[in-house]
Design a binder for this molecule. Structure first.
Ligand code: MD3
Ligand code: FE
Length: 214
């Protein structure tokens, strides 16, 4: 099978906008440990396809760790301390996760970032995330930190209006993205995942997003 493009040719940080940047390979050394944590936690809180308000199942499967978890169902989006599937609190945020998110935010000048939520997204071939804003967090001053693991994906970076044509950026295994300040509310999404085989995740991509919800 052709395996083009599994890894970036070079380490190259990309500035996306004010307060937003791709930190190339920032999490590479921690990546396999992060994946082991994801697999262990997903036994406690299984990946599930949440429903949108319109009643359609999302193609991305999710669970959360940390005090608060992002939940979507027919009543809308919210943060909840209880996993609706297990009726238990979400798994604890591993220290490795907290530490990594804190160091990445610090690299962009957001000191003292202590997330209280981590959404874990799982993409298989064909999974996508349509353009949206992350606006369910009460604290809009804190940045969001995301970590990409496994297969590469094309990230769509739009503007402040839904119709602004998005720029496209490839996100690779170990890449970290930080979004804060004026870039915190831009429209963004992920293009359909293409088939390939990654040594750490097989045919999947994981994405962690760290948020401070309140
Ligand atoms: C830009 N996840 O979970 S991470 C999401 O790759 C989400 O799974 C994508 O968008 C993924 O909400 C992209 C990057 C991301 C997260 C939050 C943002 C980009 C953002 C908030 C504002 C602007
Ligand atoms: Fe988002």
């Amino acid at each position: 099978m052709m395996q083009a493009d599994l890894f970036a040719d070079e380490k190259r940080d990309v500035e996306l906008g004010p307060g937003a940047a791709i930190l190339s390979r920032f999490a590479l050394d921690a990546a396999d440990a992060l994946i082991a944590h994801i697999e262990r936690m997903s036994v406690l809180s299984p990946f599930r396809h949440m429903e949108t308000r319109g009643g359609k199942a999302m193609s991305v499967a999710m669970f959360n760790c940390g005090a608060w978890g992002w939940v979507s169902d027919r009543s809308g989006y919210r943060y909840d301390a209880i996993d609706p599937v297990t009726a238990l609190p979400w798994p604890d945020l591993p220290t490795l996760f907290l530490d990594l998110a804190n160091r990445a935010a610090d690299a962009l000048g957001f000191g003292g970032f202590v997330p209280d939520a981590c959404l874990v997204n799982r993409y298989v071939v064909g999974s996508r995330l349509s353009l949206h804003q992350d606006r369910d967090e009460r604290d809009r001053d804190a940045p969001i930190v995301s970590v990409s693991l496994g297969l590469p994906a094309t990230f769509l970076w739009g503007g402040h209006k839904r119709n602004d044509r998005p720029a496209r950026h490839r996100l690779f295994h170990g890449d970290v993205v930080v979004w804060g300040g004026p870039s915190r509310l831009v429209f963004h999404g992920v293009d359909e995942l293409k088939d390939a085989d990654h040594p750490s995740t097989g045919a999947m991509r994981y994405n962690l997003t760290f948020r401070k919800t309140r």
